[in-house]
Design a protein around this ligand. Structure first.
Ligand code: CTP
Length: 402
């Protein structure tokens, strides 16, 4: 499947102390599967070297209108041609003033004026500059002109003061750009997702769990939100922040996860079971910590847990059901057998020992039309591709219904 998520942007870096943070922005955008072409102003070059951005982006960095590396000396048009957006981060007060007034006296401002694509600006300046009526006027004018403004945030400033004007962190900018680009394939669709491991207590302090980190499930929740879905996330114990915009319920045991899923089942249009659910639980977990005894063996009786995914798929009017099969060998064959047995519309197969806890994943999508392999990529990228595939299945399913 082609990488539908790969977008191309120009990252404009202007002269503010936050220019050093633009290196992190470059890295984060790349990590989110976005190609980055950096263009710097002269002032930015005084703060960070182009070599940093060149090394990170793998592309030459431009500053000069008349750079001989642009074949026809039309850098101000050429560099943004075919791009999906220009993002200026950091955007200084001076650069914002230029944009608001349509000035074009260097490569970056000329690119912005001559663009055919959206412009996104992440302001960064001292709090008094941000509060100045001239800056307020300029920002309002940019908003009226259809420019998207990201931030700024409030906090400690390089000048030693505290207040509004800090550039958003790279970790907030990159997801916002991803959301900006995401086609709203699931607008208003209600998606119920389980993520992470479950934890089955042995006694008050010990338990049985697995190595699932929740990263894949949380990435899918974010991708579904970006696609315009209403997301309910039922999460086992993980150390991840709840995705902004999702209704998140934290649970520990499989029984609790099952209860939470049941409560939300009738409201789900799509169910995605990403959780690594424990197949067994300890029969009668002890109410007190089990003491060590002289006996050198201790047996635990395990009883089977309900299969949440199979239960969901067997409902009278089930949502579109998606399962995740973690296999350690014969991945596709075992996963397809699971798809048929649990009667789910789509099974996502991956190699357990490589996927669990990792940042990357490589998966195969199995449905009744056949197999689609998604190549190895960061889990956020895989999640967006998966959501696009699910949206297609959901679309053809709702079309068939009267
Ligand atoms: N699943 C579930 N409830 C369970 C076990 C699994 O809802 N009690 C779901 C998982 O969330 C996942 C899918 O079933 O979407 C496949 O999980 P997996 O652990 O790979 O399959 P199992 O059915 O448990 O089979 P096995 O462990 O024998 O491979």
């Amino acid at each position: 499947m082609a990488d539908i998520a790969r977008k191309q942007i120009v990252l404009g870096v202007t002269g503010g102390i936050a220019a050093y943070k633009a290196a992190e922005v470059t890295r984060e955008l790349l990590r989110h599967g976005i190609d980055v072409q950096v263009v710097m102003t002269e002032a930015a070059r005084g703060l960070v070297t182009p070599a940093t951005f060149q090394a990170l982006s793998g592309k030459p960095v431009f500053t000069d209108m008349w750079d001989p590396r642009v074949p026809d000396n039309m850098g101000h048009i050429e560099l943004s041609r075919g791009k999906d957006a220009i993002i200026v981060a950091p955007a200084s007060a001076d650069f914002i003033a230029k944009l608001a007034n349509g000035l074009a006296d260097d490569l970056l401002s000329t690119l912005c004026l001559a663009r055919e694509c959206p412009l996104i600006v992440a302001p960064a300046m001292n709090r008094q500059m941000w509060d100045n009526p001239a800056t307020r006027r300029n920002i309002e004018r940019l908003l009226r002109d259809g420019v998207a403004i990201l931030g700024p945030a409030s906090g400690d400033q390089a000048c030693g003061e505290f207040g509004m004007g800090r550039m958003l962190e790279a970790q907030a900018i990159a997801p916002a750009i991803t959301t900006f680009f995401a086609p709203k394939l699931l607008r208003g669709v209600r998606v119920l997702i389980t993520a992470g491991p479950t934890f089955e207590p042995i006694d008050t302090v010990r338990g049985i769990t697995n190595r699932s980190s929740g990263k894949m499930g949380y990435a899918i929740a974010r991708a579904a939100l970006d696609a315009g879905a209403k997301v309910t996330l039922i999460s086992g114990p993980v150390s991840l922040a709840a995705p902004a915009g999702a209704e998140t319920t934290r649970v520990e045991t499989t029984a609790q996860m099952f209860e939470a899923v049941k409560r939300n089942a009738s409201r789900a249009d799509i169910y995605i079971g990403v959780a690594a659910v424990a197949d067994y639980r300890v029969d009668n977990p002890r109410r007190h910590k089990i003491k060590k005894t002289d006996r050198n063996q201790l047996s635990l009786r395990l009883v089977p847990n309900p299969d949440i995914l199979a239960w969901m798929a067997a409902r009278p009017r089930p949502p579109l059901c998606v399962g995740f099969a973690a296999e350690s060998r014969n991945v596709d064959a075992h996963a397809d057998e699971k798809r048929r047995r649990k009667k789910v519309h789509l099974m996502v197969a991956n190699l357990a020992q490589e996927a669990i806890g990792a940042d990357d994943n490589e998966v195969t999508l199995l449905d009744n039309r056949g197999k689609h392999r998604l190549e190895r990529a960061p889990k956020d990228v895989v999640a967006r591709q998966l959501i696009a595939h699910i949206a297609k299945l959901y679309g053809s399913r709702t079309k068939r219904k009267p």
